[in-house]
Structures are given as structure tokens and as C-alpha cells.
Design a protein around this ligand. Structure first.
Ligand SMILES: Cc1cc2nc3c(=O)[nH]c(=O)nc-3n(C[C@H](O)[C@H](O)[C@H](O)COP(=O)(O)O)c2cc1C
Length: 230
């Protein structure tokens, strides 16, 4: 089984050294988790994106194993960032990171920082973007956030994902629940006559509709609005 290391990063520099050291352990690939809440009011979106791309390039040049990038959804043009990373040699893009969202405790009147588990509804955002960029970029797509069952995994693959990641589900149900996910995935594939993942990957991506990404999004919007009229 291939082993993929993960390193958190915001800027080029120290993360490059960590990436190099991780690569020396013999891992097969590296995930660069660009966990960056752009909280500096003086920085433009363009500057944030530039820093992200420079951080990726510094890690890419420091190691000789494939590097994937885990992104947040907070970009004006997510698809463009994926394309830029693809053009710079990223081998995978993980959609999406899930930032810790601070809350306020009204009794203590302080910030409370927790890591709540995700819910199934959260797959919608990464699913939209996997579906939108699939087949427009060469880079492999990994779907993550909100996966609670094989059904969610199947949705990501139908949308175009090559791989998926899950954390909350494993925290809730234990590491052994991976085998249940795999069994349920195989059962669905048998029932639908698929012998390989490639048989159905991307089947429900925007390739299924004529026209461009904007038309795809518009079509989804119109269908949803129509479904409320009855
Ligand atoms: C308890 C917990 C610990 C996590 N620790 C890390 C971590 O150390 N590094 C990291 O990059 N992401 C970490 N994550 C984020 C997950 O990798 C993932 O991006 C996020 O939870 C969304 O996936 P999920 O919906 O399957 O939980 C953690 C998530 C949870 C719930």
C-alpha cells in the first residue's frame, strides 16, 4: 500500500525542510496541506495565491516524489488555482481542507476552539468542484470533507475523483470501518455491473452536459429552483 506523508504549510521556508525530511523516510508521495486563513487585511487575493504557488514550487523542487496539494475552498476562482497547480506539476489536488471555525462561549465570553466532526451535507461543496474541474486538468482529484459512507465515496468517484480521504468517519467509527466502506463500494459496483473504478469515474461530471462550466452550474441552479415549484 502506498504511504503518503502530509505536511502543513503557509509559506515557503521551514515546510520545505520538513518535506525533504519526510521524503527521506521512504514515503511514496507527499501531501502539502496549505492551511492558510488569509487574515492579513493588507494582503490581496493575488498575493495570497502567489504565496501558495511559491510554497508549492519550493516543496516540489525539494523532493523527488509526487506532491499533492490540499486546498481550502476560499478562492475567488478555485478552478483557476487547480489549473495553476496542475501546470506547475502538482500530481494531485485534495478538495477541500476544512478549517477550524472558532466559536464564542457566551458564558466565559471567550473564544472556544474545537474540532467538530464533519456532517454528510458538507460533501456538496467539494463534490461541486471535483465535478467542475474533472477532465479539464490532468492532475488527479481527491474528494474530501463530509464522507460518512460508501455512498458518499461513490458520489465523489462519479464526479471524477481518483481518490477520497476521510477523517471524521474514522474518528467516529474506528479504523476498521474502512473495510465496511470498501465492502459497500464493491457491493454497489457489483450491483451496477462495474468491475473497475475507471468504469464509472467522472460519469456524472460536467462532461455529461454540452457547454461550458458556467452553463453546467446554471443548469443545476435551474433544476433546483424548478424542483421547488410543485
Ligand atoms: C479530530 C481531527 C483531527 C485532524 N487532524 C488533522 C491534522 O493533523 N492535519 C491535517 O492536515 N488535517 C487534520 N484534520 C482534518 C482532516 O484531514 C480533514 O481535512 C477534515 O476533517 C475533513 O474531512 P472529514 O469530513 O472526513 O473529517 C483533522 C480532522 C479531525 C476531525
Amino acid at each position: 500500500m502506498p504511504l503518503i506523508g502530509s505536511v502543513n504549510a503557509v509559506t515557503p521556508g521551514v515546510c520545505t525542510e520538513y518535506a525533504r525530511r519526510l521524503a527521506e523516510t521512504g514515503i511514496n508521495g507527499l501531501e502539502l496541506n496549505l492551511y492558510d486563513v488569509a487574515a492579513d487585511l493588507d494582503q490581496t487575493g493575488e498575493q495570497v495565491e502567489q504565496r501558495l504557488l511559491e510554497t508549492f514550487e519550493s516543496v516540489r523542487d525539494a523532493v523527488d516524489i509526487p506532491v499533492a496539494v490540499k486546498l481550502s475552498p476560499y478562492f475567488a476562482s478555485v478552478g483557476n488555482i487547480v489549473k495553476e497547480l496542475d501546470e506547475r506539476g502538482a500530481r494531485g489536488v485534495v478538495l477541500f481542507n476544512r478549517f477550524i471555525q472558532p466559536d464564542i462561549d457566551i458564558e466565559t465570553e471567550k473564544l472556544s476552539l474545537q474540532m467538530p466532526m464533519s456532517s454528510r451535507e458538507e460533501i456538496r461543496l467539494p463534490l461541486r468542484w471535483v465535478t467542475l474541474v474533472y477532465a479539464k486538468v490532468g492532475v488527479d482529484l481527491c474528494g474530501t470533507t463530509g464522507i460518512q459512507s460508501a455512498e458518499d465515496i461513490i458520489k465523489f468517484i462519479l464526479g471524477g475523483a481518483t481518490t477520497v480521504q476521510t477523517a471524521s468517519h474514522l474518528y467516529r467509527n474506528g479504523i476498521e470501518s474502512i473495510s465496511v466502506l470498501i465492502q459497500d463500494l464493491k457491493k454497489w459496483m457489483d450491483e451496477h455491473g462495474y468491475s473497475m473504478i475507471e468504469d464509472f469515474r467522472g460519469k456524472v461530471s460536467q462532461l455529461g452536459l454540452p457547454g461550458n462550466a458556467r452553463r453546467f452550474e446554471r443548469a443545476q441552479y435551474m433544476k433546483i429552483i424548478d424542483s421547488y415549484t410543485g
